[in-house]
Design a binder for this molecule. Sequence first.
Ligand code: HAM
Length: 405
Amino acid sequence: MKIERPRGTRDFLPEEMERRRAVEKVMREIAESFGYREISTPTFEHLELFTLKSGQDIVEEIYAFTDKSGRNLALRPELTAPVMRMFVNECSVMPRPMRFYYFSNCFRYERPQKGRYREFWQFGVELIGSDKPESDAEVILLAYQIMKSLNVRFSLHIGHVGLLRDVLSDVTDKDRAMRLIDKKDWKGLEMMLEEEGFSEIFHTVREISEAESLNEVRSIYPDFDYSHLESVFGILESLDLDFTPDFGIARGLDYYTGVVFEMYAEGLGAQKQVCGGGSYRLAKLFGGDDVPSTGFAIGFDRVVEVCSIEIERKPVAVVVGFGDSLRAFRVAEMLRNLGITALVDVMDRSVRKQLSFADSINADFAVFAGEELDRGKVRIKNLRTQKQEDVDLESIGSYFSEEIT
Ligand code: HAM
């Protein structure tokens, strides 16, 4: 019986994993250079953690299950709620602000398509303890640097959910209205607001989401304090970040309260959002103080798809044995100590077959573990140049540093 993997999941073969690890490394290094430190939370949590404030869309997509003791649990669909739960449980006395980053798999029961999976990875950060414009600017800058370093062609859109929520303040189900705005479902929003007798609000929302600058949005809706957004824009402009003010960003999750942002990459089709984030307040809801936070999550799989990155590959040597596996093991160990990936034959194959295996895996060197070893020498063939020579064991390091340039 052949068993297929579940719908919306993927297997990653070595080449793909090498690329993923290289991308992950860039993300980690940049986050760490800003002082963020890695954390990790459980793969599953109490279902309630996600139903309290994440929003209807997430709830509909959740992988929920009951364990043997009847607890309602869920595979994490995202990490902001778990991180804030962890903060309330474990970190409330740590010095603030706290800068955390994570790289973890998430699960959402969505209709799979290119760039949309049921198991996917997020690389994200949460900056906990400040609601100042500098904190929003910092996380936006961090996400921006990551995309730039990975040569992703993207656009950055920044808005403020407080503005839309303010406009919708008389509407009964604001969260539903925000979801419709997030999906740009203007027909749905118009119907919903008309039913409640708020056609006027609908037109204001449309105009706001089409406004292209702070001045324009201010003239459409003057009754809002734009100073926070103005400061964030000011910092980012002076740092030469290229971004588009976008006051129609509503985000798919319900917990945002202030500045929000999204990044869209070229070359991805419909699922082009590679990063989403903003400021929010969740700590109080989870039993802690009302601590402000801001952060983002990058859709790791989507970034891997469109980024351009050099993958470092260590030189690979196949140690060709002549029936004496101890010799082969010794030579392999020597090579590994020099930073060379060394493979020994474990199938008792002929020399010819070992060489053709070296060829098939695209090895750089064949190193013969023959009798010359007893005379302090080893025969090495550079499979790129086909040049073969006997090298003294003590000069083997300089041989490789010359050959690998
Ligand atoms: P989100 O926008 O729901 O935000 O997800 C962040 C990113 O995860 C998206 O921009 C997208 O690239 C990626 N993503 C989402 N669903 C899928 C999927 N099914 N397959 C592949 N990639 C996907 C959050 O999750 C928030 N927790 C972000 C945040 C952190 N806000 C503040 N802090």
